[in-house]
Structures are given as C-alpha cells and as structure tokens.
Design a protein around this ligand. Structure first.
Ligand SMILES: O=C(O)C1=C[C@@H](OP(=O)(O)O)[C@@H](O)[C@H](O)C1
Ligand SMILES: C=C(OP(=O)(O)O)C(=O)O
Length: 411
C-alpha cells in the first residue's frame, strides 16, 4: 500500500491518542511469562513483532519464521537453546538473514548450547537443539547490540547455575539492558549490572502470581513529539498510557524535544505535549544517541522539517537494524532537498529553507522510515511507499494520524 499525505494541519483540540504497549517490554515479558506462567500481562503490544513472539513461543513447528523482528530472533535464540528437548530452526525475512547474531550464538555455545547455522555463518537461519545449560560464565562483545545481552539475561534465572556475563568493551543501548534488569527485579529475580559485569542468580522458589502492566511505547510517541514540534505554537496532543519513571530509554524524548520548543506534562497515566516556542533558525541540535538509537530517524526528520541543522552521533547500530538507517535517511532526506553527511556512526544535516513537494519516500521494510517522515505532511504534500510497514511496531499509526487531522489517501 502506497499512500499520499495531503498537506495537513493538526485539528484543534483536545486530541488524545492511546498508543499500544512497548514492544521491547512486551517481548521481554512474553519470554519471562513462558518461563514463569504465573505472571499475567496487560497492555501487551499489538505490534507484528510481539504477535510473532507469541506465535513462536506457542509453536510446535520445527521451522519458525520471525520475519523482521530483531528482538524476537535474539531473545528466542537464547530461550530455545535452554529448552531441553526442543528442536527448532529459527528463520526470518531476507533482511533478518543479514542481521548478525554471531556474538550471541558464540556466547550460547560457550555456555554449552547446540546451535548450527543453516545458510551463512554468523546469520539466521539457525537450528537449535535445546539443552540443559549448566555452565554459567561467559564473555561477550557489548558494542554491537544490547539485544544479545538482554537475551542471555532473560534466561539467566532459569539456568541451573544462573549466569555471569562479562561485557567486553563499550556497551551500546544501555537503557535496554537496564529495562531487562528492572523487569527481572519486578519478578524478584536476583540480578545485578555493575560496570562490565552482569549476574543473574538462579530462581529457586516460584515467581509470585502477579499482573504486570506494559507501559505504552515511547518510540511510537516520538512521531507525535515531531508532529507537535512542526506545528504552530499552542498545539497540544495527549498520549496514553505513560508514566514519569519509565523503563524505556526513549522517554528521553521529553528532554530532547524541549530543544524544539515542546514541553511534556505528566498526569494520570498520560503525557501532554505542547508547542510553546519556535526554534531559532541558526540552532544546531547536537546529540549522542547511543542510548536511544530508535529515535534518530524521528529527530533527523524533525530538524529537516524545521529547516535547522543537526549533528547526531552514537549511531553505529543503525547500520544493522531493519535497514541501513543511515543510508536510508541520507537518500530520502536528499530527495526532499536536504544536504546530509553520514559516516558509519554519525549523521550531519545542513540547515535548509525548502522542502521538495510530492516526493515519494521509500521505506526499506523499516517501520521507522515511514513513521519518521510522515510528520513532514504538516509542511508539504508527500507520498509514503509500502506504508503498511508501520505494523512492525505500531499498526494503528495511520488511523491515529487521521484522527488528529492528517489527510491520507491510500492506493
Ligand atoms: O532490547 C530491545 O528491546 C531493543 C534494543 C535496541 O537494539 P540494539 O541494542 O541492537 O541497539 C533497539 O534498537 C531495538 O529496537 C529494541
Ligand atoms: C531496531 C528495531 O527493532 P528490532 O531490532 O527488534 O528489529 C526497532 O524497532 O527500531
């Protein structure tokens, strides 16, 4: 499905959007629920990635296809490796077969897991023969993806001797590791993360019966921060259900978007975003996003929409996500008239004073490409190709935009 976004404005007011649960929290809790069935979950994400996680956890098939879902692939690699007697091949989309998994597979093999590559060494698909894992100490590289570390942490308490992970080198996407740690603590699992070491103790007594509520997704909220930033002073949007002390690192949006003149107020499980001032044209937004890689596209496009410069760093993980997001951003922003310079870990955007009209944005099987560019319809008419990609994390994205005043034609 390709869509045309007519030039739009936010309908005044009040506007309220309820966003689905965090896919990161959901995918962790679904694995933990498989290990500890006593826990009940509320507000689980309705994203494709969480649907596929639930499908895979319940599947009795010998071949499980997790499509584009990175966390699902990584978390299940660890989970199935520790399910004694389980024999399964995990595969995914063409892109998933290009997303590296060697660091995790090597760590699991060091712990005694039986995993073989079905096609190319270091990449899915992989065949797993589940084992009773008794070894507990392993070292792994920490600067490629935090998902490998979370995957191991999630199974740690179910292993006979627990886990001691030594993290080698700089640690990337740290808030996601802390999210995993915090969820383990909520289940009363003894786990620690100190400097380069993570320990998870085996859980000997049953996990108490309890209901855990997933907070809504902050990465999905980022597109509304961008919409408010690109709207006139006074524009207000309320999003739910959020809390002031989030487990999600992308909640740093509340601080970052102050620089775009957007304030955030918390009340009663919701946040209200308000545009309070315009940004000066000579502003250069300088940010290190090593802790919040998923909002890089949103921020780059907000800056382009405002005509201001940005210098974004800490982006080395973007090259191995749903697409090479640095390349994709450069190509699509330049089609719109931007001037973008990228390295393998930075993106610099020059200030600009016009946006090319009626450009068709390619989305590269990447939900965040579609959602990050959509707010530009507040400036010009534009098109988004393969717009259905949004369902990877936020299936109602286009209908929610229509609700707040965007004019969308599907064809
Ligand atoms: O653990 C998680 O839920 C995630 C970790 C991050 O990946 P990296 O650690 O590979 O940067 C993030 O980009 C991804 O969307 C979700
Ligand atoms: C990188 C992402 O997801 P994953 O790695 O789980 O595919 C994302 O949602 O932006």
């Amino acid at each position: 499905m390709n869509i045309i976004l007519e030039q739009s404005e936010i309908i005044q007011q009040p506007l309220h959007v309820t966003i689905t649960g965090s896919k990161s929290e959901s995918n962790r809790l679904l694995v933990l629920q498989a290990l500890y069935p006593n826990i009940a979950l509320e507000n689980v994400s309705n994203s494709d990635d969480s649907d596929v996680m639930q499908m895979a956890l319940n599947s009795k098939e010998s071949l499980v296809d997790i499509h584009h879902a990175g966390t699902t692939m990584r978390f299940l690699t660890a989970y199935f490796s520790s399910c004694e007697g389980k024999i399964v091949t995990l595969t995914g989309s063409k892109r998933m077969k290009e997303r590296p998994i060697k660091i995790l597979v090597d760590a699991l093999r060091d712990l005694g897991a039986d995993i073989t590559y079905v096609e190319n060494d270091g990449y899915p698909p992989i065949k797993i023969i589940g084992k009773n894992i008794t070894q507990s100490e392993v070292t792994l590289k920490a600067n490629v993806s935090s998902q490998y570390i979370s995957a191991l942490m999630l199974i740690g308490s179910s292993l006979e001797n627990g886990l001691k992970l030594t993290l080698d080198g700089a640690i990337t996407s740290v808030p996601y590791i802390k999210m995993t740690l915090n969820l383990l603590h909520q289940l009363n699992i003894d786990a620690q993360f100190k400097r380069q070491t993570i320990t998870v103790k085996p859980k000997t007594e049953a996990v108490a019966k309890q209901t855990l509520t997933v907070e809504s997704d902050w990465s999905s909220a980022s597109y509304f921060f961008s919409i408010v930033a690109l709207s006139p002073i006074g524009t207000t949007i309320t999003l739910s259900a959020y809390k002031a002390s989030s487990l999600q690192g992308d909640s740093v949006l509340t601080t970052i978007y102050k620089q775009f003149g957007v304030t955030t107020t918390f009340s009663d499980h919701s946040i209200t975003l308000k545009k309070v001032e315009d940004v000066l044209k000579d502003t250069n937004i300088t940010l290190d996003l090593v802790n919040a890689p998923d909002i890089a596209q949103t921020i780059a496009v907000t800056c382009f929409g405002l005509g201001i410069a940005c210098s974004l760093s800490g982006l080395h993980t973007l090259k191995i996500k749903e697409t090479d997001r640095l390349e994709a951003l450069k190509i699509e922003l330049e089609k719109l008239g931007g001037n973008v310079h990228i390295t393998d870990k930075t993106l610099d955007l020059e200030p600009s004073d016009r946006i090319n009209e009626d450009v068709a944005i390619n989305t590269y099987n990447d939900h965040r490409m579609a959602m990050a560019f959509a707010p530009l319809a507040l400036r010009v008419k534009m098109r988004v190709n393969d717009a259905e990609v949004v369902s990877k994390s936020y299936p109602e994205f286009w209908s929610d935009l229509e609700k707040i005043g965007f004019k969308i034609n599907k064809h």
